[in-house]
Design a binder for this molecule. Structure first.
Ligand SMILES: [Zn+2]
Length: 490
């Protein structure tokens, strides 16, 4: 984004940027501001999306290699290691290596075999057991057994040795205190374990996406299927999939065996690593004020992606983009002639895709006391679109004002914000952990996507990124965070 000359002159003559003192030299600020380059930020995203990192599956050697690359960047910029002299904060992170797309086929009596294909019809399960299962099919709705809620999807069906077809989510969806009772049953880990407990041999999980946030269970082979596959299986059984799906919201289990002449066969080639470790990459800029430097502003975003499922999932928008934006802002904050009074901590999270492991670990073992953490801003999928959205922005106007002012004066992007709302459901972002720890937390993302969003899909490549908004995200972070860091009224 380029500023027009008359506007620049106006800035030099009447500069009252929130959080900066009168002596602040706007040219010093603008020198750094203009050094932030879309070209360089795109290069960061391209590096992290490269095939050599195999989609940055948390815990894998390729993830750790990407983590070392980021730590090297911090070191080059003079950003300090933040964890007792190290850039790495380790935690346990079991993972599975998937060697091929496996196979998934279907036969109904009297019909010939259909070989479903990757990536059109199915994706392999990120934590599937290795091997082959085949069997008849049983539809089990949400796959939930909740005696205290008088609800059991397995009540009237026998799934022993069979392959279950299951939906994600819970029958109750309204975000209130009732939902909280259903939340333990919303976890994929729970649903897979329950299927095994009921005796199922395999699973067709409806909703085609890569998902490392699952669990490896002995001999339990599963795939994620496209809805159109579920439709076909239902139609061949004389059922209407969309009608059954609609009835799921009625809070009554809808489970039944499909026609016994329908048989599917699933195979997977994987290896599980139960004792693996992963890490957050942590770097900091120490504040220059002797007192305020004990307070910290955290800029976070997850480094891990969805890995390799017989094909690389480059995880470019989700979330090489966020990390690239953070590195762009980190460089600006490290080189800035206007120094930050408070300290700034950068956290590139591991294990987000596996179930928010890195952020969970950080809030349990924080590097700065929680009560000294002025704010956290989390970037997830910040790289495709023309506008910004800041969740929770409206709940902390004294902090958000610094970002809004920066945007109004220098960026002129759409910048919308929402109020913080308690989430009674399953936490879906690293930001939730910080929110729950009582830290003032913003979630930044881009909106009005220019390219299709290939969520957890092999087409999430750097060619669906818009580098201009990534440059502006880094600029927004630089000015907004510096504004907060130097605001003595906070
Ligand atoms: Zn993400």
């Amino acid at each position: 984004m380029h500023l027009k000359k008359p506007f620049l002159l106006l800035l030099f003559t009447a500069f009252h940027f929130a959080g900066f003192t009168q002596e602040t030299k706007p040219n010093k600020l603008l020198n750094t501001f203009h050094s932030i380059s879309s070209h360089e930020i795109l290069e960061f995203a391209e590096e992290l999306s490269d095939e050599k990192y195999k989609g940055r599956l948390s815990g894998s050697p390729e993830y750790l290699q990407a983590a070392r690359w980021c730590a090297g960047k911090f070191e080059d910029l003079g950003i300090l290691p933040a964890s007792n002299g190290s850039y790495f904060q380790y935690f346990p992170n079991a993972y599975s290596e998937v060697y091929s797309t496996g196979s998934f086929s279907y036969t109904a009596k009297g019909n010939k075999k259909i070989n479903y294909t990757f990536p059109e019809d199915y994706f392999p399960g990120s934590n599937s057991a290795s091997g082959t299962v085949s069997g008849e099919l049983v539809y089990v709705g949400f796959g939930i057994t909740a005696p205290e809620l008088e609800y059991d999807d397995y009540e009237n069906v026998d799934v022993k040795g069979k392959i279950v077809i299951m939906e994600s989510g819970t029958p109750y969806t309204k975000n209130d205190s009732i939902l909280e009772k259903w939340t333990p049953y919303a976890y994929h880990h729970y649903k897979l374990r329950n299927a095994v407990k009921q005796g199922a041999a395999g699973l067709l999980y409806v909703g085609k996406l890569a998902n490392p946030n699952t669990v490896h269970l002995e001999n339990f082979v599963y795939v994620h299927i496209d809805e159109k596959v579920a439709e076909q299986l239902f139609t061949d059984s004389g059922k209407n999939y969309s009608e059954v799906k609609k009835s799921l919201g009625e809070m009554k289990p809808v489970s039944f065996a499909l026609n016994p002449n329908q048989v599917v066969n699933i195979s997977a080639e994987t290896k599980h690593f139960p004792d693996a470790e992963s890490c957050n990459v942590v770097g900091m800029i120490e504040g220059v004020d002797p007192v305020l430097k004990n307070e910290v502003i955290i800029i976070g975003g997850h480094l891990d992606g969805q890995g390799y499922l017989g094909e690389v999932f480059p995880s470019a928008l989700d979330n090489a983009s966020g990390v690239a934006d953070i590195l762009g802002a980190a460089k600006a904050l490290a080189k800035s002639e206007i120094r930050s009074k408070r300290s700034v901590l950068f956290i590139l999270f591991g294990g987000e895709e596996c179930g928010l492991y890195g952020s969970t670990h950080y809030v349990k073992d924080p590097l700065f006391p929680i009560e000294k953490t002025v704010m956290m801003i989390n970037l997830d999928m910040v790289g495709n679109g023309t506008g910004f959205f800041v969740s929770n922005g409206k709940s902390f106007p004294e902090l958000f004002d610094h970002f809004e002012t920066a945007n109004e004066k220098f960026l002129h992007r759409e910048l919308a914000a929402s109020e913080q709302r308690k989430n009674f459901g399953r936490p879906r972002s690293d930001a939730s952990l910080f929110e729950n720890a009582g830290i003032n937390t913003f979630l930044l993302w881009t909106r009005n996507s220019v390219f299709p969003v290939y969520y957890h899909h092999p087409l999430d490549k750097t060619d669906v990124l818009t580098p201009e908004i990534m440059e502006d995200a880094a600029k927004l972070l630089y000015l907004g965070v510096l504004g907060v860091a130097n605001d003595e009224s906070l």
